[in-house]
Design a protein around this ligand. Structure first.
Ligand code: PEP
Ligand code: MG
Length: 880
């Protein structure tokens, strides 16, 4: 392939871009360009495009000579604009180097500030500014960040050196260290660097710059970014852009500062400026939670003009983007600079309120309101809260910032690794940390809640927890932490690892011990947004429900039918499983029929309850599909009970169990294969379905119940016909005997590749298709849905897969089979309905695919119904 490298542009000055170029410039770069266009005070700079990042990886992790040359051309231009020069003795140029992907990934990648400093430059800055403390503070910060990010020395050593210095000087805050102290520290830092890296700390700003840019590209592939991308559906192929920007200094003294702000409350959506700032500080200080910042409103008292100017900019930006903005700013000696704006991350509750308010304010259409909400976020609305009575009776032992809503109760752990390990054992844990850092993400995900000692509402812990929908209370300074011994003191009590604690992310309250939680109650703007979504979507949303309680919950959440009732799941309870085992372990038709007679009343009354709960909406009942290994007894007592019930010896039962052993149960004697061997099972289930439908129809003549009977695991039309013949004969006999009229449908699941490949044949018998994408994924990939977790991590690490194909539909493979099956099926039977009931039915990107290939409905677990409704609406809006 011939590529014209000479003319390809990889670097864009902020003045060359605009807000619509986020694919190329990343979100941060595009918005810096847009703010520049709007005439806002943005320190100038340039963006190295996402294409350059992709090329860096394609070239074997190397920044090509052409791109390096283009970067240096832009440095020259920036020097001209700024009237400053890299490494200059008069007017040295310092820059920041920051990542900026297409989708914002807060805290996941790296940033370097004050780049361009060396021993000479720092002296120039100190002399010229008359503020040596500031100059040395910048330098020690730069060495620290550069060592950590570019050379991966690790922050710890430097923090230890700072703590030692503070102790020697008898001060508690960084700001109390003098210029001389900081100069000594900078020297110690460089020694530390040399002892770890074996080379002197680089002094040439150009060398520093290339090192930093490369480090940002490299950070696209760091473990925490990889986890974040997987959770947020961000493709690896996008790459990150890098922004090189002239420094504005917030650490120049008491007339300088830095902060972050949101135009609306990211926790509640309320329309008011929210944010935090710190005087005499640099960017990372606010979000890193090292010092606790002041609320933005107080900036009015400190610097009224700057505050007014900032408020005006906030209004302009919100009106311009027509969405809540999250901004970063710096004040350098009373002059305001904007460093970033982006559509702010928010809780689900805030997202709904902001969308509705923007519609009411005439800022956006309903279509836009529906499109702007991340469906995955809705999950958090559906999360538990504390039991109202219990919480009223409880007395908090501490209070901090309500950083991310929800309630959490669990055992205390002190490290992200412990959170993960305990979580994997099934323990509910609350992760208690001095402050969290992005490396903690997996532990944060595993925890029920997060409690931090330091940090404000915009700290890493708060931002990340909100994004994940995990309850978080941050900045509890009363906690006396002893991380080393895994304990802390609060309210006069020592809490140790494993002790219970409860935290309320909506109030910030902390409680000793266990407080029970209750499921979430959905209110507020939720219904309004869901109604809007329903206006746009064409895809119906059903639910996977096996119990009347689940079905009712799903109806409340907007399900329009049951797309999958797994009948084997109706036998998990102790009294029922006994009869079920008798059926499985029967060795004659008579024995099996006797067991089936016991099962039948359960089935019929369950089906009646489901029809009642669904009030005339469609109900698809999937005939038995028990992977036998999940149901045969393994405990001695159960085996004895079964022997007794069957009038057999324990040895006989064990022999039967042995004979049922399968090497590959998921590809074994399950699904319709069971009915082909034992047609009496299908007979019993058909009787139960038809009798239930007749009874409920009699009680509710207006409901027009049409039973949908679904045959699982079909791969060959003749096996479907065999089972269908049994069903039809039995159903027709039941209907005739009852003397009623009842329409019913017999359809099949498409979950074996052969069924998809021969869908035109299958459709001759099947009156509907429903894609069982759990099995279809398993069979298409050829790996077990129960065991894939054991090796998928290796596939993520090697980038063979970017996501779990059992969670997010593999559109290229499994999706193609689905597309083909719909087409073939409809060729044979144009009016057949098609749906999906594998786990993918509640995953937004998979729902979009289902819309595209023309399915009639998706079916998912009850709590994912709202997610599917919104995703379906977004798919319809997108395809318009
Ligand atoms: C499927 O295979 O996708 C399906 C819904 O059936 P089950 O999960 O019960 O195998
Ligand atoms: Mg299946």
């Amino acid at each position: 392939m011939e590529v014209d490298l000479v003319s390809h542009k990889y670097v864009y000055a902020f003045s060359e871009g605009n807000g619509s170029m986020r694919e190329l410039l990343g979100g941060k770069g595009a918005n810096l360009a847009e703010m520049t266009k709007l005439g806002m005070p943005v320190p100038q700079g340039f963006t190295i495009s996402t294409e350059a990042c992709t090329k860096y990886y394609d070239d074997g992790r190397k920044i090509s000579d052409e791109i390096q040359a283009e970067i240096m051309e832009h440095i020259v231009k920036l020097e001209e604009t700024a009237g400053k020069k890299f490494g200059d003795n008069e007017n040295p140029l310092l820059v920041s180097v920051r990542s900026g992907a297409r989708a914002s990934m807060p805290g996941m990648m790296d940033t370097i500030l004050n780049l361009g400093l060396n021993e000479d430059v720092v002296k120039v800055l100190a002399d010229k500014s008359g503020n040596p403390r500031w100059a040395w503070d910048c330098y020690r910060r730069f060495i620290q960040m550069y060592s950590d990010v570019v050379m991966e020395v690790g922050k710890k050593y430097f923090e230890e050196l700072i703590d030692k210095m503070k102790e020697e000087k008898g001060v508690t805050e960084d700001v109390d260290l003098t210029a001389e102290d900081l100069a000594v520290l900078a020297g110690q830092f460089k020694d530390e660097y040399k002892s770890k890296i074996g080379k002197d700390f680089p002094t040439d700003p150009k060398e520093q710059l290339m090192g930093a840019i490369e480090a940002v590209f490299r950070s696209w592939d760091n473990p925490r970014a990889n986890v974040y991308r997987r959770d947020n559906d961000i493709p690896y192929s996008w790459g990150t852009a890098v922004n090189v920007q002239m420094m504005a200094f917030g650490n120049m003294g008491d007339t300088s500062g830095t902060g972050v702000a949101f135009t609306r409350d990211p926790a509640t959506g309320e329309k008011k400026l929210m944010g935090e700032f710190l005087m005499n500080a640099q960017g990372e200080d606010v979000v890193a939670g090292v010092r606790t910042p002041s609320p933005i409103a107080q900036l009015h008292d400190v610097m009224p003009e700057v505050y007014d100017q900032f408020v005006e900019i906030c209004n302009t930006l919100e009106n311009h983007y027509r969405d809540m903005q999250d901004m970063e700013f710096t004040i350098e000696d009373k002059k305001l600079y904007m460093l970033q704006t982006r559509n702010g991350k928010r809780t689900a509750k805030a997202a709904l309120k902001i969308a509705c308010d923007l519609v009411d304010e005439g800022m956006i259409s309903e279509e836009k309101a529906v499109a702007m909400i991340d469906p995955r976020n809705l999950d958090t609305l559906l999360h538990p809260q504390f039991d109202a009575k219990a919480i009223k009776a409880a007395t908090p032992i501490g209070k901090a910032l309500p950083a991310s809503p929800g309630a959490a109760c669990g055992k205390i752990v002190f490290t992200a690794d412990d959170a993960k390990a305990w979580g994997e054992k099934g323990e509910k844990v609350v992760l208690v940390r001095l402050e969290t850092s992005p490396e903690d993400i997996e532990g944060m995900k595993a925890a029920q809640g997060i409690l931090t000692v330091r940090g404000g509402m915009t700290s890493h812990a708060a931002v990340v927890a909100r994004g994940m929908g995990t309850c978080c209370v941050s900045g509890c300074q009363e906690i006396k932490m002893d991380e080393e011994n895994k304990q802390f003191e609060l309210d006069g009590k020592t809490f140790k690892e494993g002790d219970y604690i409860s935290i309320d992310g909506s109030t910030g309250n902390i409680y000793d011990g266990i407080i029970p939680t209750v499921p979430a109650e959905i209110a507020g703007e939720f219904g309004r947004i869901m109604d809007m979504a329903d206006k746009f979507r064409t895809l119906k949303v059903r639910t996977n429900a096996d119990t009347p309680a689940d079905a009712k919950k799903a109806r409340e959440l907007g399900a329009e039918g049951i797309g999958l009732c797994r009948t084997e799941h109706m036998f998990f309870e102790a009294d029922r499983i006994a009869a079920f085992r008798e059926m499985i372990c029967a060795d004659t038709v008579e024995e099996r029929e006797a067991a089936l007679d016991k099962i039948m009343p359960y089935q019929q009354s369950d089906f009646e309850a489901l029809y009642e709960a669904l009030e005339g909406c469609p109900v698809t009942i999937r005939f038995l599909d028990p992977p036998l290994h999940e149901f045969v007894p393994t405990e001695e007592a159960d085996i004895e009970a079964l022997a007794k019930a069957q009038g057999k010896s324990v040895a006989d039962i064990k022999a039967i169990i042995n004979s049922l052993h399968e090497f590959n149960p998921m590809m074994g004697h399950r699904g319709c294969r069971l009915t082909v061997t034992y047609p009496e099972i299908a007979k019993m289930q058909t009787k139960a379905v038809i009798r239930a439908a007749i009874n409920v129809s009699k009680a509710h003549p207006d409901w027009k119940i049409v039973p949908e009977i679904m045959i699982p695991l079909v791969g060959e039309v003749k096996e479907l016909k065999f089972v269908k013949d049994v069903v039809v004969a039995t159903a027709d006999k039941e209907i005739a005997a009852a003397g009623v009229e009842l329409k019913y449908e017999v359809g099949t699941m498409i979950e074996i590749p052969r069924a998809a490949l021969t869908a035109d044949e299958i459709a001759k018998e099947a009156e509907f298709f429903c894609f069982g994408t759990n099995d279809l994924t398993q069979m298409t990939f050829g790996f077990s849905r129960d065991d894939a977790g054991k090796f998928l991590d290796a596939y993520y690490d090697t980038k063979i897969y970017e996501s779990d194909p059992f969670a997010k539909l593999d559109q290229a493979g499994v999706g193609q089979l689905m597309k083909m099956a719909v087409k073939l099926g409809k060729q044979t039977r144009p009016d057949m309905h098609c749906g999906i009931c594998g786990e993918h039915g509640g995953d937004p990107s998979s729902v979009e695919f289902c819309h595209e290939i023309g399915l009639d409905y998706v079916s998912c677990s009850p709590f994912r119904v709202p997610i599917a409704r919104l995703a379906a609406a977004q798919a319809a809006i997108k395809s318009k």
